[in-house]
Every structure is written in C-alpha cells, then in structure tokens.
Design a protein around this ligand. Structure first.
Ligand code: NI
Length: 190
C-alpha cells in the first residue's frame, strides 16, 4: 500500500498541525460525516493535519470527525514500528464487499483513550475511495488493514467500536467516560 497517497503532497505540507482529539462523550462522535465534493488544498491540509495528529497520538487510523471535522476523510498507517511509514489517505471511502469469514482483533480508539477490547469483524473487505490526486481506487484488504478500514469507516457514520460490544460492556465504558468528563467540568469550574 505504498503509493496510496498519490503524489505524496500530503507529506510536505508546510503548515501541518497537531489538532486536539475529540473524545467520548463528545456528541460530535455520533455525527454522520458529509462527502467531500472535490480534492482541494483544504482537503489536502486536513489530511496532513490528521496524519500529524495520528502519528503524534500515536494511532494507526483517524477519521476527520475525531478532530471535529465532519467530512468523509480517513487516514491510516498500519506499518509496524520498525517499518517505514506508509500513510494512506482515503476520501469518501466505501466498503463494497465483506467476507463472511470473520476475525477478531483487540481494538482501541484515539477518541476512547486507554480502552481496548476484542471486536469481531469480517476478515476481508473490498473498499473504494478517492485518493488525494482525485483518482478512484479500489482494493481488497485483510488482517489489520481490513479491521482498521472498518473501524475508521464506522466513524464516518457516527459508529464507535464500542457499539460492536455487548450492551453491558458498552454501558460500562460510556459511564466511565461520562463520569470523567463530569469530574473535569467540576474541576474547571472550581
Ligand atoms: Ni476510532
């Protein structure tokens, strides 16, 4: 997946910035993101900031809504720590096929810090997207890439990985984050 960023312009943006992450229970995480009409500098800058923010966190994937932008843009890099970076930018991604066979990975999310749980999803998916050169791309993925794509595309529709857990587990984590947010609010006001 080396050439998926197209020209690589995203990597040399002069004004890349780490943006604050939107975390649970922020209601923006439940928004349905809007499609991108055209690849503009604004989109390229957004993708650059998303990559910067993701690498800083660090994480393997990030959807635009996680920095508060409700656009259908996802960045990913599933390269291992000792490998060279392989940034991927997906604009308007869509899953076109998913295998019946499933696999289970322990997932986490930059919007739900320090919470990890196993999630079962289709083991292989085919998906299409527009790259930063405006080219349509369709590829098939398996393993960690397939899981990551499904996790990130869920974000575009306001779905979080905890929605794939049992009601009990989900309720527990939602409560924990709601409580922490309340505590922070009280501390900020006092
Ligand atoms: Ni996530």
């Amino acid at each position: 997946m080396n050439d998926l960023t197209g020209s690589g312009r995203v990597l040399i943006s002069p004004a890349m910035a780490i943006r604050p992450l939107v975390t649970l229970p922020d209601p923006r995480l439940r928004l349905k993101s809007e499609p991108v009409d055209k690849i503009t500098d604004e989109v390229r800058n957004l993708a650059a900031d998303m990559l910067e923010t993701m690498y800083d966190a660090p994480g393997v994937g990030l959807a635009a809504i996680q920095i508060g932008v409700p656009k259908r843009v996802v960045v990913m890099d599933t390269a291992k720590k000792d490998e060279e970076r392989r940034p991927v930018v997906l604009v308007n991604p869509e899953i076109t096929w998913a295998s019946e066979e499933t696999s289970t990975y322990e997932e986490g999310c930059l919007s739900i810090p320090e919470y990890y749980e196993e999630v079962e999803r289709p083991a292989r998916v085919r998906f299409r997207y527009t790259d930063l050169d405006g080219e349509a791309v369709e590829i098939e993925a398996e393993g960690i890439v397939a899981t990551c794509v499904q996790h990130e595309l869920d974000h575009l529709d306001g779905v979080l990985f905890i929605d794939h857990l049992s009601k009990l587990k989900r309720a527990r984590v939602v409560k924990k984050f709601a409580k922490a947010a309340k505590r922070e609010k009280v501390e900020a006001e006092s």
